[in-house]
Design a binder for this molecule. Structure first.
Ligand code: NAD
Ligand code: MN
Length: 497
């Protein structure tokens, strides 16, 4: 795809009227208390919008509307094929507005415009379309009942779903949840991150235009400790789905326990190992993938391959290849179509990342490239892709999720040691394995405690396979038919014949 030059995007920005209000019952509304916060672009510091800072009263309003609409059956009792048609129209409207949505995503969270336009927005549309297409092909069951009994096993929509999402792939993470939640017939309240609310707010109007009834899909921008917490504690939210940090994920389980025991499904953090054995089939491909695994999306990726485990016999040859590959990932203005690394989401995140770079130095790791803030004159928050060699898995940069472009190289001597180091983490989201030995590939893949394992590639996947974590990376799965488990309750109905 040919991505237009920066002046095209600036022109589009001039003509945009950016909406910052909440969307409840088919209307844009300010927060009840009228509070707003500034939405600043990390690309260059420009003010994008004043965004409604929703709180308890807005949550109460949205939940009561969502409940009423669910009970009314306007959406929940529609034939699956009808919900399918409406959601496919919604997906098509996302694509029809892809330039505007991509621009909002890039200005709001800093990622390169080429990524927003080619990955995030088409990916979001695809996620919704895929779930929509599935919903009239899912059959319920008849149990293996005796002759005089009929046991029906059916799935029912859970009711009111609250979705709390992060800022790294704002619309895409939301769509992984919206697709199956809405297709199943639920009412949804989406709370985007306070760092990236703009696309969620915009697509609410597109959902209404597509024919999703007012009040079935609501968007509440606001902070985690206000709007997010109020949703998580609400007695009338049936299911809470979340993507974000492990720290907040744990808190949400507490809120559920303190309130109505709502179902809680969590996609949380990661510290994923990418293991390169000496017999990798193509070291150049492995080096390219290792660079992309930490630099793509500024390293703000839950599955970032942030621990590069390299067999000692090839380390001196392989690590310089990764350093070389990282040169192609130079930060640039996020609205330039050639840019592959944009701005970090805000100054706080930038300072967190720079703090980890300090910690790497302090713990005695060797900096081989990057390590600095860059493009300061832009007014934005850019950090160079950074590689530390000589990392021990006990160092902070190897244990904690940095959520920035900082790669740690850890040497190993045997497959057993690689697996032990790889699994020595509280997380279990993803892992990579590079080897030409088929049995070693399978043995290692089986031994890795992670929800996704990639062999001789990093970060493969589409809507057909489930995505989620082992251990403290979460529970439940997004994508694939397994995602519908989160949005439906199973019912057994026994009929005496
Ligand atoms: P975060 O946990 O800080 O915030 C996520 C969301 O939770 C935001 O909308 C925030 O407002 C809300 N929130 C914060 N405090 C809350 C509270 N007390 N109650 C209710 N809601 C609250 O995460 P983030 O910084 O936005 O995103 C980065 C994190 O997301 C990383 O840890 C990353 O690994 C994770 N992530 C995971 C996946 C996955 O699929 N496993 C995908 C993308 C990102
Ligand atoms: Mn923002």
């Amino acid at each position: 795809m040919n991505i237009p030059q920066r002046d095209y995007w600036e022109q589009l920005f001039q003509n945009l009227k950016i909406e910052g209000r909440a969307f409840i019952d088919g209307q844009y509304l300010p927060a009840v208390c009228d509070a707003t916060f500034d939405c600043l672009s990390p690309v260059d510091g420009r003010l994008l919008a004043q965004v409604a800072s929703c709180d308890l009263e807005d949550v109460n309003h949205a939940v009561s509307v969502a409940r009423e609409r669910f009970d009314s059956g306007v959406w929940s009792r529609k034939a699956p094929a009808e919900r399918k048609r409406t959601l496919i129209r919604f997906a098509e409207l996302l694509l029809a507005n892809a330039d505007e949505l991509a621009l909002l995503e890039t200005l709001d969270m800093g990622k390169p415009i080429s990524d927003s336009r080619q990955i995030d927005i088409p990916g979001a549309a695809n996620a919704i379309r895929w779930s929509a297409e599935a919903i009239d092909k899912l059959y319920d069951e008849v149990a293996a009942t005796p002759h005089d009994q009929l046991g029906l096993v059916t799935r029912e929509a859970v009711g009111v779903v609250a979705a709390i999402v992060p800022w790294n792939f704002p619309l895409l993470m939301a769509s992984w949840k919206l697709g199956p939640a809405l297709a199943s017939g639920n009412s949804v309240i989406l709370k985007p991150s306070e760092k990236s609310p703009l696309t969620a707010i915009r697509v609410a109007a597109l959902a209404l235009e597509a024919g999703i009834p007012a009040g079935v899909f609501n968007v509440l921008p606001g902070f985690g400790h206000t709007a997010g917490k109020a949703l998580a504690l609400h007695m009338d939210v049936d299911t809470l789905v979340f993507t974000g940090s492990t720290r907040i994920a744990k808190q949400l389980m507490v809120y559920a326990g303190e309130s109505n025991m709502k179902r809680v499904w969590l996609e949380a953090g990661g510290k994923s190992p990418n293991i390169v054995f000496a017999d990798a089939p193509d070291l150049e491909a492995a080096a390219q993938a290792a660079a992309s695994a930490i630099a793509f999306n500024q390293g703000e990726v839950c599955t970032a391959g942030s621990r590069l485990l390299v067999e000692r016999s090839i380390k001196d040859r392989f690590v310089p290849m990764v350093v070389e590959a990282l040169k192609a990932w130079k930060p640039g203005h996020a609205l330039d179509p050639e840019t592959r690394v944009g701005a970090l989401v805000d100054d706080t995140q930038m300072n967190t990342v720079l703090g980890y770079i300090e910690a790497g130095h302090g713990d005695g790791a060797q900096l081989l490239c990057g390590g600095q803030r860059t493009l300061q004159e832009s007014g934005g928050f850019y950090v160079e892709p950074t590689l530390f060699d000589g990392v021990d898995n006990a160092m902070r940069i190897a244990r904690e999720e940095i959520f920035g472009p900082v790669l740690s190289v850890i040497a190993f001597d045997s497959a057993e040691e690689a697996i032990r180091i790889a699994n020595d983490t509280v997380y279990g989201l993803a892992a990579g394995v590079w080897t030409a030995d088929l049995s070693k590939a399978h043995r290692t893949a089986k031994a890795l405690r992670a929800g996704s394992v990639w062999v001789n590639q990093y970060d493969g996947g589409d809507m057909t396979a489930p995505f989620g974590g082992f251990k403290q990376s979460g529970n439940g799965r997004d994508k694939s038919l397994h995602a519908f488990d989160k949005y439906t309750e199973l019912k057994a109905t026994w009929i005496k014949l």
